[in-house]
Write a protein that binds this ligand. Structure first.
Ligand code: XMP
Length: 179
């Protein structure tokens, strides 16, 4: 375990199993709808999760990325900034947004609004983690990997000042690292 991690919340094995389960559900749902989903990963936190999840979706899909949020330190910023927009047209597409974590829900709400304005037919959300205690916006993820308590977590894409994204598990960051 990394020296800055207080506790492992979700192991790499649990994430692996969950991606198989979510991939199966997503495959069933979109096959039933007869839609080819456009998976949109929110950079950079979604990269490991998106990579694992998409390999378990057994149908044709398209992928793209957006870079939207700036998360400085351990408190969420009020509004988001678009650093990279989609390369693909969102018009008339069934979009499946891929998130690392839904915290206050501000990012999700803004991005969903933005994609609806671009003419998306549908916008659903899959998130590795959900931290419902901190939610301020009326927004939910349609597919959730793990619901966690209100602690600052790192690993599997999640960072603290751009570090720890490569850890193969989700862990709680030691308070002494950011206090
Ligand atoms: P909101 O508040 O808009 O936040 O739902 C979503 C984004 O905030 C970041 N975030 C975290 N990043 N550990 C992190 O490393 C956390 O515990 C955490 N909580 C929120 C993350 O970038 C997410 O996409």
């Amino acid at each position: 375990m990394h020296k800055d991690v207080a506790e492992v919340l979700v192991s790499r094995e649990e994430i692996h199993e969950k991606c198989i389960e979510l991939g199966k559900k997503i495959t069933e749902d979109y096959t039933a709808k007869g839609e080819i989903p456009l998976l949109v990963g929110l950079l950079s936190g979604s990269v490991p999760f998106m990579s694992e999840l998409m390999k378990n979706i057994e149908m044709d899909i398209c992928i793209d990325f957006m870079d939207v949020s700036s998360y400085d330190g351990t408190t969420s910023v009020g509004s988001i900034r678009i650093d990279k927009d989609l390369s693909t047209s969102a018009a008339d597409r069934s979009i499946l947004l891929v998130e690392d974590i839904v915290d206050t829900g501000k990012t999700l709400l803004e991005v969903k609004r933005m994609l609806a304005n671009k003419g998306a037919k549908e916008v659903k959300v899959v998130s590795l983690l959900d931290k419902p205690e901190r939610r301020t916006e009326d927004v939910v993820a349609d597919y959730v990997g793990f619901t966690i308590k209100n602690e600052f977590v790192i690993g599997y894409g999640l960072d603290y000042n751009q570090k720890y994204r490569n850890l193969p598990y989700v862990g709680v960051l030691k308070r002494e690292v950011y206090e």
